[in-house]
Design a protein around this ligand. Structure first.
Ligand code: F6R
Length: 243
């Protein structure tokens, strides 16, 4: 695992965008893995800037989202499909249908999860997966106790994650769904390059476990220690508990 400490989120975003630009130039059909939440926002802004400057195009690429809340109405602004559209997909030139996510409103949830896994496999797998980390050590929504061999499935969000995410729901923790569909840890581990970004002291404990702790389902991000190509980009506050 490569750990890189940068001054701020913009410096981190610039490095990640450099790598994505390199991939897209080398192979325009590159498959990206997109995270939601606040961690990747500076990356998305930087990618949009480079797209608007004519440096990159997503026209032939595809993208898969990590996760989705269960049960939010189709037009809910915090439904991750809508968040991704607002933050990146709708601001660049992805072809219609090129960005996919798990269907949190599917009638047959297990079938929808299987179809999602099949869609990722049919696309040839994810080349570069952007990840954030939860303060409880989750990646995607693989909460503590998740199987390291898990695939896309329904999960219950911990109360800590629901409290953390209440800020996206006007501070109302009761408005945060209890369930989500999420790529599993094994799904994420199948991506060819994992790029995790974390900023702020609130992530320091989770980052300490990620980088220095034993691999454990209780700190799910630690599975990344087994990945042959994992990059962790931090600011000083997120790195403050590293030895
Ligand atoms: C979101 C996701 C989550 C977030 C994590 C950190 O798609 O997969 O694992 O990356 O909860 O969220 P932020 O970035 O908002 O601190």
């Amino acid at each position: 695992m490569q750990v890189v400490i940068q001054p701020d989120a913009e410096a981190i975003a610039s490095l990640v965008a450099d790598e994505i630009e390199r991939l897209l130039r080398q192979r325009p059909e590159t498959v990206l893995g997109l995270a939601t939440g606040s961690s990747p926002l500076a990356i998305y802004d930087e990618l949009v800037r480079r797209y608007e400057a004519g440096r990159i195009s997503f026209a032939r690429s595809r993208a898969f989202m990590l996760d989705e809340y269960v049960g939010l109405p189709a037009d809910h602004p915090e439904r991750y499909r809508n968040v991704i559209e607002r933050e990146i997909a709708g601001r660049v030139d992805f072809a219609p249908g090129a960005v996919q996510g798990p269907d949190g409103n599917a009638e047959d949830i297990p079938a929808a999860c299987e179809q999602y896994e099949a869609a990722i496999a049919e696309a040839g797998g994810v080349d570069l997966q952007i990840l954030g980390i939860g303060s409880d050590g989750h990646i995607a929504f693989n909460e503590p106790g998740s199987s390291l061999a898990s695939r896309t499935r329904i999960k219950t969000l911990t109360s800590q994650t629901r409290r953390d995410n209440a800020r996206f729901f006007d501070g109302d923790v009761d408005a945060v769904p209890h369930h989500c569909l999420t790529q599993g840890l094994a799904t994420i581990m199948s991506a060819r390059h994992l790029v995790l970004v974390a900023t702020g002291a609130g992530k320091a404990e989770a980052v300490h476990h990620l980088v220095e702790g034993p691999v454990s389902a209780m700190w799910p991000a630690t599975v990344m220690q087994h990945h042959p190509r994992a990059t962790v980009l931090l600011d000083a506050a997120a790195a403050s508990r590293l030895q």
